[in-house]
Write a protein that binds this ligand. Structure first.
Ligand SMILES: [Zn+2]
Length: 137
């Protein structure tokens, strides 16, 4: 069985289904305008997955109110799920965040988050797909 080939075909199909803003953000490292995304003021209990490949990236228990207008998290579901790289565009030194599985651009990491991690994962709603947690029982 060739899992990689299957996966890439699925990914191509998923990318074709993206909305224009989802495509711009995930495939061209765009940024949605603050306070315009689906999830900046979203407080339901569940998991935020990569919009392209569905890998779980963030949990609602680590989401916090940053006041920035973008969904903000202080931790990740798994360190392996997210790739970090230095981004020097716009004359700033930032850490760009990408989905480690499919390469989709997610947002940026800043060192001014709340405890316990002190990290702020500033993520575009357009990169995320929310899955509500099933009710207990
Ligand atoms: Zn992905």
């Amino acid at each position: 069985m060739n899992a990689d080939a299957t996966k890439s075909t699925d990914l191509e199909a998923r990318i074709r289904e993206l909305t224009p803003i989802q495509y711009d953000v995930t495939q061209h490292a765009g940024t949605e305008r603050a306070f315009t995304g689906t999830y900046w003021d979203h407080h339901a209990d569940g998991t935020y997955r990569c919009i392209v490949c569905r890998t779980p990236l963030f949990d609602s228990s680590t989401k916090f109110e940053s006041g920035t207008g973008w969904p903000s998290f202080f931790d990740v579901v798994s360190n392996e799920a997210i790739a970090r790289k230095e981004d020097r565009t716009f004359g700033m030194r930032r850490v760009e965040l990408n989905c480690a599985t499919c390469g989709a651009h997610l947002g940026h990491l800043f060192p001014d988050g709340p405890r316990p991690t002190g990290e702020r994962y500033c993520i575009n709603s357009a990169s995320l797909d929310f899955e509500p947690r099933p009710a207990a029982g």
